[in-house]
Design a protein around this ligand. Structure first.
Ligand code: TRP
Length: 449
């Protein structure tokens, strides 16, 4: 087998941040915040990122860099029984399901990008809503957009780790930040935008309940790409000098900053034009075109440009994330079947396309419901609120209790060169705090505590 590729120093951070930053930040975080009561949800979310997310990410990095191979093999590389490979298999499976429904929403973004370029998405509030309902329940268009998105992802992934993934991330991530800053400034300078800022930063704790807690936990894991061996796969391309805890913290800070900025982009504008922020998953597709139209009514060309920028931003952010989800399965098949990258990528592309088409059709064209949810919402709930926390829990138990401590310590401290002082605190978080919190939230959900 040829030697495995490695990311460059900046590339490692940008590619992993590219995986973390995506629709989770710009689509999911704002609608969850809107639904779950604003600032109080954000505080819980921050607690989850800090106490569970960063330690969990570092644990996944340890497995990945030590294993230096695909996720399933990495979990078996510590000589603690092949059964632990199941965590890797579960991660690979979960990420393909996520890629399936994620591509549907990414496809909507790409479609809205095209539609805003043609000046299509405007009109009265009802018209904008009807436009979305009509589009998302169309049997063909949204499915084609999702397939197109998977295809673009496929092309980047087959180009390889350095020429494809790293290059795309180095270019896309900085572009994204610049675009985001422009829209935040535009949104916050609208009259009456202060109420939106208040909604984001003034907590109302009466809104908190166990569902909000599970949502915050699921959102933190989803946004950090934690719990599906995605970070494990990317860490297999890290070098021995990469400081794992520091990288996890940097990525969590970038990810959280972008989520909060997405909030600052959406809520001030929504409040400024009196649009309700709790409309759920369709928030950015129904509320925002309205917002752009109304907010920039006096300068229509600016509204036109901002809406194009916005959907371009979303599509780019989504792309760096779909790449990472695709890569997990691709490298697995490439290494396990000893086949070429492009053949391995085809397997993932085909399977995800099936999931994507089912999810896309379930949004109105065909009645596909599971447990009362549309296939898309079901996949989202199943992965974010159940499989990701389970995956992260298993990883923390594995790293905290099962792998020989010496190996863990060596990986964490880069063989005694960095971070020895934070090692014990981190180990305590991984061994006790993360597992206890995840289990507690689950039990609470099941009404057992
Ligand atoms: N974190 C990404 C986002 O916020 C989504 C994502 C990419 C992801 N890779 C993942 C989620 C792996 C879970 C697992 O949009």
């Amino acid at each position: 087998m040829t030697e495995r590729a490695h990311f460059g120093k900046i590339g490692a951070i940008l590619a992993t941040a590219g995986s973390a930053v995506g629709l989770g930040n710009i689509w999911r975080f704002p609608y969850m915040t809107g639904q779950d009561g604003g600032a109080a949800f954000i505080i819980l979310y921050l607690v989850c990122v800090l106490m569970l997310g960063i330690p969990g990410m570092t644990a996944e990095f340890i497995v990945g860099r030590h294993g230096s191979s695909n996720a399933a093999r990495a979990y078996q590389s510590f000589g603690r029984g092949r059964a632990w490979g199941l965590v890797g298999y579960m991660g690979i499976f979960t990420s393909t399901i996520i890629l399936g429904f994620y591509a549907v929403v990414a496809g909507w973004c790409a479609y809205y990008l095209g539609a805003s370029l043609l000046g299509g998405v405007n009109g009265s509030a009802d018209e904008v809503k009807a436009y979305f309902t009509q589009f998302s329940s169309d049997p063909v268009k949204p499915a084609l957009c999702a397939l197109l998105f998977i295809f673009i992802t496929h092309v980047v992934v087959t180009r390889g780790v350095r020429r494809g993934i790293e290059r795309a991330s180095n270019l896309l991530m900085p572009t994204l930040v610049v675009l985001l800053i422009i829209i935040v400034i535009a949104s916050c300078s609208l009259p009456g935008s202060g109420k939106g800022v208040e909604f984001l930063f003034h907590p109302d704790f009466s809104k908190l309940d166990s569902n909000v807690m599970l949502d915050a936990l699921g959102q933190a894991f989803f946004s950090l790409s934690l719990g599906t061996a995605c970070l494990c796969t990317y860490a297999s391309y890290f070098s021995r000098q990469t400081n794992l805890l520091k990288s996890a913290s940097q990525i969590a800070v970038i990810d959280t900053a972008i989520a909060i900025m997405a909030g600052l982009m959406i809520f001030p504008a929504a409040f400024s034009v009196g649009v309700n922020p709790d409309s759920g998953p369709s928030l950015i597709f129904i509320t925002l075109p309205n917002v752009f139209g109304k907010a920039f009514a006096s300068v229509p060309w600016l509204g036109y440009i901002v809406s194009i920028l916005f959907y371009a931003l979303l599509s780019l952010a989504a792309l760096t994330s779909t790449i990472s989800m695709h890569e997990i399965g691709t490298v697995f098949f490439q290494e396990e079947l000893h086949t070429s990258r492009s053949k391995a990528a085809c397997i993932i592309t085909l399977w995800c396309s099936v999931v994507a088409v089912v999810c896309s059709l379930s949004c109105g064209a065909v009645d596909i419901t599971l447990f009362g949810l549309s296939a898309l919402d079901f996949c989202d709930f199943l992965t974010s609120n159940i499989l990701l926390p389970l995956g992260a829990l298993a990883t923390c138990i594995y790293v905290g209790w099962i792998i020989p401590t010496k190996t863990v310590r060596n990986e964490f401290t880069n063989w005694g060169t960095v971070g020895s002082s934070s090692y014990l605190v981190w180990l305590f978080m991984v061994r006790v705090v993360t597992p206890v919190c995840v289990v507690a939230v689950f039990l609470h959900q099941l009404k057992l505590i």
